[in-house]
Design a protein around this ligand. Structure first.
Ligand SMILES: [Ca+2]
Length: 434
């Protein structure tokens, strides 16, 4: 299934030729040339891959032209028929965006900025999802970081009985607190599965290279995806453990909350609304970014493997590793080691499987992007293999500020949005000709 494909990669300078004059390239300073090389290699569409079809191009359009946001990280709509997007800002606010996109006003749904969740670059209010019965119970869940001591917090809140657009922070019920040794790799992506249970992504604790080997340690919650029951719990517990979790009863301190393990920094996880499969992008260390299909009890390799590649001896430490659906390199030079050829990036941002109605060519396509490069890709995975793959939108080389991709949003209709630290939310639009 993961056999190396035979590929033919076109040299970068051949790709460049129609667009750029070589003399201009020679006279660029080093950083500009690097940017150009990376930008050119984004033209991964010219990589000819046997048996994999390309995808059409899309354009990104500013979805709310009169609104800008401060470090948006995720957005979603509640399962209540509410068509509006609820957008999370890393510094601690959840905003309800207007259904009329020309408006310049938002409702502040929840504001915990006074708790100062955002201290280090990867800390903050990082996750939001709504209870499947949100319409009747008004419950939703957030993940945020705190200091003294440094930790991650998973909490339930409820909107006001008198105003569904507002939340009183005193409704908070803390479900879980996890000590964090470092400021990075907090993950914080949360989602309800089709089984009604809450799935929680936790990074490996941070620093670099997973210094405490948390990813492979089943006695630690770090470097895991957890699965908990928010509805049925023992009186003394803040959440229940579904009895069919894979490590229930394993003993020896092995945590029964764990659903899957061997992750570095899941960003982000998402269920395909059509078939329930769980997609998760894991941010890489030095060379490889990866996309995984997560199954019950699966070991996804970190820190023994980074993508498909042995990262830390011995290989025997990661038993039955499940390798990614897709990986991409930090440099085009690594493509000769790759299982699939792919244009480069430095930090993956996982998105969603498209099941909306507007972009029929993209039904079933998993969208993902890169925080550093601003590239948007898509892939379609059917019957155990990738059938379609390609760059669907590129960051303009002269974009200022750079169009990073910090997160994705998905609304009640299944339409996908791109969130960027340039302060914008983008919608996906068919490419305009000419
Ligand atoms: Ca992995």
């Amino acid at each position: 299934m993961f056999a190396r494909l035979f590929v033919e990669v076109q040299p970068i300078w051949e790709i460049l030729a129609p667009r750029f004059c070589w003399d201009n390239v020679k006279h660029m300073n080093r950083s500009s040339r690097l940017g150009l090389i990376l930008g050119a290699s984004i033209l991964g569409q010219v990589i000819r891959v046997w048996g994999i079809d390309p995808l059409p191009q899309l354009e990104l359009e500013v979805a709310f032209p009169r609104l800008t946001f401060d470090r948006p990280v995720t957005a979603c709509s509640p399962p209540s028929g509410d068509q509006r997007l609820y957008l999370v800002e890393q510094k601690g606010r959840i905003l309800i965006l207007p259904q009329d996109r020309e408006l310049d006003t938002v409702d502040v749904f929840l504001d915990i900025t006074d708790r100062k969740p955002y201290v280090e670059n990867e800390e903050g209010l990082l996750g939001l999802c709504f209870h499947p019965q949100y319409r009747s119970n008004g419950k939703f869940y957030v993940y945020y970081t705190q200091h003294q001591p440094r930790r991650s917090v998973l909490s339930q809140f409820q909107h006001l009985a008198t105003d569904a657009n507002r939340v009183d922070p005193v409704t908070e019920r803390v479900l879980l607190e996890v000590p964090q040794p470092y400021g990075n790799h907090n993950s914080g992506t949360i989602a309800f599965g089709p089984d009604g249970h809450l799935y929680i992504g936790l990074g490996d604790g941070g620093s670099a290279n997973d210094p405490h080997d948390n990813g492979q340690n089943l006695r630690s919650l770090l470097g895991k995806i957890l699965r908990v029951d928010v509805n049925r719990r023992p009186a003394t517990q803040n959440y229940g453990i579904p009895l069919d979790n894979p490590f229930v009863g394993a003993g020896s301190g092995i945590r029964p909350e764990i659903w899957a393990f061997g992750f570095r920094n899941p960003w982000c996880l998402s269920f395909d609304p059509k078939n329930g499969s769980l997609w998760m992008a894991d941010v890489g260390q030095n060379k490889w970014e990866e996309i995984n299909l997560v199954v019950r009890g699966g070991n996804y390799g970190w820190n023994t493997y980074e993508g498909f590649h042995l990262f830390k001896e011995p290989a025997s430490k990661a038993v039955n590793t499940i390798f990614p659906v897709m990986e991409y390199p930090h440099s085009p030079q690594f493509n000769d080691q790759a299982v699939f050829p792919h244009s480069p990036g430095l930090s993956i941002t996982g998105g969603h499987v498209y099941r909306g109605a507007r972009l029929s060519d993209f039904d079933g396509v998993y969208f993902y992007g890169d925080f550093a490069m601003g590239t948007l890709w898509g892939l379609r995975f059917q019957h155990g293999k990738i059938t379609h793959l390609g760059t669907v939108a590129e960051m303009p080389l002269d974009a200022k500020p750079r169009r990073s991709i910090s997160g994705f949003g998905r609304d009640a209709d299944g339409e996908i949005y791109i969130l960027s630290f340039d302060g914008r939310v983008y919608s996906l639009e068919p490419e305009t000709k000419g």
